[in-house]
Design a protein around this ligand. Structure first.
Ligand code: ATP
Length: 199
């Protein structure tokens, strides 16, 4: 699996539609300070479901929408799509190519798409569990993140190893199953109460 392309439109400093295509080997993005290099990484984090404006270096989620310049009007929405080659089927989906996209409007309305079909953020999270790609994954190491990992709490470091070891999806499923079990236990208590009232 590898990243084939990133498409951005109206996202941060990218007012126009721009397509970054990646080939084999290493790609470097170079440019003067403030030209938008980190915004490319932010776009990937955002499309993968980043919900924290702070992580995207903004004050509110609307800050990801192109705010306009002296010569350009602000945009009404931000759009990002990433396409991954999945010919080795490391992502548990039948397609050889997977495109994840996200759009948000100034009104706050937003949507996620998986290969062009509307989906929930949860579907995207589940697709990327244990691949290192999710918004919590280690495929994007931002400035200062290594320091944060090294000086962070052992539990936080553990999450990184869990992801690399491929056990996150099992932990998540366990949590969901435990929640369901708790609900069922509460239902059972209620049923027992009703039964004893009827007796
Ligand atoms: P450095 O080399 O200093 O780290 P960089 O090339 O990584 O810089 P970024 O931090 O990616 O640059 O981009 C910062 C630029 O993006 C700033 O000029 C900022 O004005 C612009 N920018 C951020 N959000 C928006 C927005 N919503 N609308 C328009 N421009 C934006």
């Amino acid at each position: 699996m590898f990243l084939k392309s990133i498409e951005v439109q109206g996202f941060k400093s990218f007012a126009n539609k721009i397509l970054f295509e990646f080939n084999d080997g290493i790609t470097g993005i170079v440019g003067p300070n403030g030209s938008g290099k980190s915004n490319v990484a932010d776009a990937v984090r955002w499309v993968l479901g980043e919900q924290s404006a702070r992580q995207l270096r903004g004050a509110s989620m609307q800050d990801v929408i192109f705010a306009g310049t002296q010569n350009r009007k602000p945009q009404g929405y931000a759009y990002v799509a990433i396409t991954l080659d999945n010919s080795d089927h490391s992502l548990p989906i039948e397609y050889d190519e997977v495109t994840v996209s996200r759009r948000v409007y100034r009104s706050g309305e937003s949507e996620y798409l998986l290969n062009g079909t509307a989906c929930r953020l949860r579907d995207i999270n589940e697709l990327f569990y244990d691949t290192g790609i999710g918004k919590e994954g280690y495929s994007i190491i931002g400035q200062g993140q290594i320091d944060k990992i090294l000086s962070g709490k052992p539990e936080d470091r553990r999450e990184l190893f869990d992801e690399a070891a491929g056990i996150v999806k099992f932990k998540k499923r366990k949590n969901i199953a435990q929640k369901k079990l708790e609900n069922e236990q509460q239902n059972l208590v209620r049923v027992t109460d009703i039964l004893s009232e009827l007796e």
